[in-house]
Design a protein around this ligand. Sequence first.
Ligand SMILES: [Zn+2]
Ligand SMILES: [Zn+2]
Ligand SMILES: [Zn+2]
Length: 353
Amino acid sequence: MLLNDVRRDYLLDRWVVIATARRKRPTDFISKREVRRESKCPFCPGNEHMTPPATLVYLSSRGSILKETEHGDTRFRDWLIRCVPNLYPAFSPPGEDVDLEVDDSGSGCVRRAAVGHHEVLIESPIHDEHLGSARIIQLIHVINACIDRYRYLSSRPYVKYVSIFRNYGADAGASLSHAHTQIMAVPFIPKIVSEELGSSRRFWSVNEECIFCNVIKMEMDGPRFVWANKSFVVFAPWASVHPFEFWIVPREHQNIISEMDEGEIRDLAEAMRVCFGGLKRLLNDPSYNLGFHMARREYYHWHIEVYPRLAIWAGFEKSTGTYINVVSPEDAASNLREAFQEEEEIIHSGSPS
Ligand SMILES: [Zn+2]
Ligand SMILES: [Zn+2]
Ligand SMILES: [Zn+2]
């Protein structure tokens, strides 16, 4: 009888059962997608007044980008990118009377004010211009706007971590279908990032090198390799928690996204287009979440983790933090590799870029 694998993550003390015994193929995951259309989309051009004033707007001005901020009732038209505060924020900037101290009475119940920021980055004036079909030039604007907001938010004194993430599709928790990314600036370092930081720091101090740079070396020529260009490599991680999970990692050792130069930003835009176009092609446009992991620490290596939402987590996963993945990362990689190659050929054959 074929035994399943139990694998530990590169950095986290997290175990996953790779259930190879019940091998599944991409077609086993394809389900009908429900097409929803909001009656009036608050992110579409013409409806700018439905959102709070933008913290950042990109306008096109004679071939270059003009960056603006909105105040009061002013709303810019003909924008390329808008970044606005979330209408129902989980974290809000501190008012003058907010007590920022941590309240820890020793009872085990620790509280502090949920200070921070919660913004929505509207990626395009075109409702459906999602990563998998976007023009490369538009994706470059999206990445640049993420960098601008990251720089600003991470420099606030009450902010300890800035999370940039994207929910796509109803199964992934997206409540609006207009192409958008979310940014949350929070007053603590979230658990997964904190654990990754701890492992990276220990590896760096023992080996005088970066654990991620090592992982890249190993995965580049292995069975989990998916795709690469000059600046980025994509692979299915060794202990993938989600079926068809993949990570996008810069080949250079970089701590945060604002270290990318223009060429690397372009290469990331291309990588996004290839990856998400390929994912759509392989699994009939599945819901997914993606998240950036980054930190201003010399021993840390930023990356993007992508989690297609194809599995339902139940009692075992939720109560133990241990996962069962029914697609081995090696199988996932071989399917993703083929789909991404096809996507790349289509992009380069001159269809809209
Ligand atoms: Zn829209
Ligand atoms: Zn590195
Ligand atoms: Zn990570």
